[in-house]
Write a protein that binds this ligand. Structure first.
Ligand code: NAD
Length: 263
């Protein structure tokens, strides 16, 4: 059994992860952390017989529980501080939190290698989303002009989503780099109308109550369009990927970017 700590445990993803880790046959839920204090025990939160307390400080929880793996579903503005602490202690990290820069990723790779450990950054843990990215990278070889629309709940802090950025990266790589899209000299009458841009691939972010995590990749050709769409309709969709990541990260070293690398 791999001793696993969950941080961001009272959030939407954290609560789902607590249940998934507890119900797994390979992982042992050893502690949970959330910066928000609660009077509930871990057992009460997930509705199980468990006498473990909730922690508000990661450093104290690491000392007390000595996990092998830490799963982080916190916030883009705190995740690097958490990971510096976790990796410097030689503990493995599985990260669903999004919002990393290229410089952050390089730092994490070096830190993990220096401490003989590994960190998985997975912008999306759902199997369907990974297939969507794979098929999009294949389709762009034949239909090189494409745009991405990603749709998320209205509490999401970063835009575009990590999944949209990773999809665009994979597509641009498969196509061989930049390609201008839209008319020569096109003009935005309202700023942002054409969305964000990665190597010429435009990305549009929708934030509305009612959504979980959804994405469409639309390809345009002569007299035709092709749409590849993925919908996470509940947060359970991410859990088989989270459990698999915890099992497999312990045999890796350095930064692993994207769950597909572990499949
Ligand atoms: P949320 O706001 O519901 O939960 C975040 C939790 O983290 C909160 O309970 C908050 O109190 C806690 N927190 C904040 N700072 C903390 C700290 N320093 N230490 C410990 N806990 C802290 O957010 P969410 O919807 O659960 O999403 C969390 C992250 O996961 C976001 O970055 C989101 O984009 C990402 N996400 C990733 C995937 C994926 O498949 N990779 C799927 C969904 C969401």
């Amino acid at each position: 059994m791999i001793k696993t700590l969950v941080t961001g445990a009272l959030g939407r993803m954290g609560r789902e992860t607590l249940k998934a880790v507890h119900n797994s046959k390979t992982l042992e839920l050893c502690a949970a952390v959330d910066i928000n204090p609660t009077t509930q025990t871990l057992g009460q939160i997930i509705g199980a017989e468990l006498a473990l307390p909730m922690h508000t400080e990661l450093s104290k929880a690491l000392e007390a529980a000595k996990p092998r793996v830490v799963v982080d579903f916190t916030r883009p503005d705190v995740v690097m501080t958490n990971l510096r602490l976790v990796l410097s202690k030689g503990i493995f990290a599985v990260v669903g939190t999004t919002g990393f820069s290229e410089a952050d990723l390089q730092e994490l790779d070096q830190l993990a290698k220096a401490n003989d450990t590994a960190v998985l950054i997975a912008p999306n843990f759902s199997i369907g989303a990974i297939l969507m990215m794979r098929y999009a990278a294949e389709a762009i070889k034949y239909l090189p002009k494409a745009e991405i629309i990603e749709l998320h709940h209205d509490q999401k802090l970063d835009a575009p989503s990590g999944t949209a950025i990773l999809t665009a990266k994979k597509m641009a790589e498969a196509r061989g780099g930049y390609l201008k899209q839209g008319a020569e000299g096109e003009k935005e009458l309202l700023i942002g109308a054409r969305g964000a841009e990665y190597e010429g691939i435009h990305i549009h972010s929708v934030r509305l109550q009612g959504y979980v995590a959804h994405q469409e990749v639309i390809f345009g050709g002569l007299g035709e369009t092709l749409t590849i769409r993925h919908d996470s309709i509940s947060r359970e969709s991410f859990m088989p990927g989270v459990v698999l990541a915890c099992e497999k990260i312990v045999s890796q070293r350095g930064l692993v970017y994207g769950l597909d690398k572990l499949l």
